[in-house]
Write a protein that binds this ligand. Structure first.
Ligand SMILES: Nc1ncnc2c1ncn2[C@@H]1O[C@H](COP(=O)(O)OP(=O)(O)OP(=O)(O)O)[C@@H](O)[C@H]1O
Ligand SMILES: N[C@@H](CCO)C(=O)O
Length: 305
């Protein structure tokens, strides 16, 4: 048995894409899942989940936290030890807030610490990206803040910390229905026009400067996108009403959080509460139960202790 027998991991929710940053930009939010990994003397895997949606995650070997835990040991060429995993869930499942990224990041970090920390943070990050399939949730979940990931030349990934002005407040409107990432990716086209590629490249550049400065006019334009949102809006009942309500209440703009169905508005501090209330009423008017929260950017990322 290694010197450490219990590890606690806390991982933030994340909002990916932010409009024009499809599959490359994401930010960590002040909403968390917490995990405890304990080496066990019992051979049988034990997974105990608590929280609002705890009955929705599997508690057998198909659980994504355990799958990621075993992947790290496989990567080391070792057999995973018997383990008990406790999961305290606050990040809702399949809503576009990076629940799968919290599971992957926790499984890898828990296993790495129990194995005596053989992998560097960069190696864990690369494994996490490979497991999730795209970097925009797992990178901010691990590192905190707002992060841009681009495939590199000297290394697999160049990761760039994007300054986020404190005046820019994220407001998440989380409906009570799920939309899996797999389903929301199926509706996307395989090819785009040159005009759409230029549109997204220019708006992503503007978005990065808008987030850094908090300039409303830049953010207002920058949050537009032609790669994923036009194809996904129809999967989200009430999208247009909630968007109009957010903009009328003074939001800089509103986008689909990750693959949806959560909608993310960005607003300045003075308008944030009015935007929260307007989004909540708009979804109630569509007979959709939703939780609408003012959050902040988590600056720390995943914590292991
Ligand atoms: N805490 C958890 N424990 C075990 N499995 C989890 C946990 N959280 C998420 N999952 C798995 O991840 C799936 C959801 O992943 P999916 O990519 O569809 O949504 P998401 O990660 O919440 O959203 P997005 O990627 O758009 O931000 C769940 O159905 C479940 O299988
Ligand atoms: N970039 C991903 C995030 C969700 O995992 C998508 O929008 O499909």
């Amino acid at each position: 048995m290694s010197a450490t027998s219990t590890v606690k991991v806390k991982v933030p929710a994340t909002t990916a894409n932010l409009g024009s940053g499809f599959d490359c930009l994401g930010a960590a939010l002040t909403l968390y899942n917490q995990f405890r990994f304990s080496l066990s003397t019992r051979e049988v895997l034990q997974i105990i989940a608590t929280g609002a949606e705890a009955d929705r995650v599997s508690t057998d070997a198909s659980n994504l936290v355990y799958q990621s835990f075993t992947k790290l040991y496989e990567h080391l060429g070792k057999t995973p030890p018997p383990v008990q995993i406790e999961i305290a869930m606050d990040v809702p499942l399949a809503r576009g807030l990076g629940s799968s990224a919290t599971a992957i990041v926790a499984g890898l970090l828990g296993a790495n610490r129990l194995a005596g920390s053989p992998l560097s943070p960069e190696e864990v990050l690369h494994l996490a990206i490979a497991l999730e399939g795209h970097p925009d949730n797992v990178v901010p979940a691990l590192m905190g803040g707002c992060q841009l990931a681009a495939s590199g030349i000297d290394r697999d990934w160049e990761i760039c910390d994007i300054p986020w002005d404190r005046s820019v407040v994220p407001i998440v409107a989380i409906p009570n229905f799920e939309l899996s990432t797999a389903e929301a990716r199926r509706v996307l086209p395989n090819h785009y026009t040159r005009a759409d590629a230029i549109f997204n490249a220019s708006h992503l550049g503007l978005l990065l400067r808008g987030l850094e400065t908090g300039r409303s006019d830049w953010l207002r334009s920058a949050l537009q996108d032609r790669i994923h949102q036009p194809y996904r809006q129809a999967l989200i009942q009430g999208y247009e009403s909630v968007q109009s309500a957010a903009l009328n209440a003074g939001a800089h703009g509103m986008v689909i959080s990750g693959a949806g169905p959560t909608l993310l508005a960005l607003a300045d501090s003075a308008s944030a509460e009015a935007v929260r209330s307007a989004m909540s009423s708009a979804w109630a008017g569509q007979e959709v139960d939703a939780q609408v929260k003012l959050l902040q950017i988590d600056r720390q990322g995943a914590i292991v202790e």
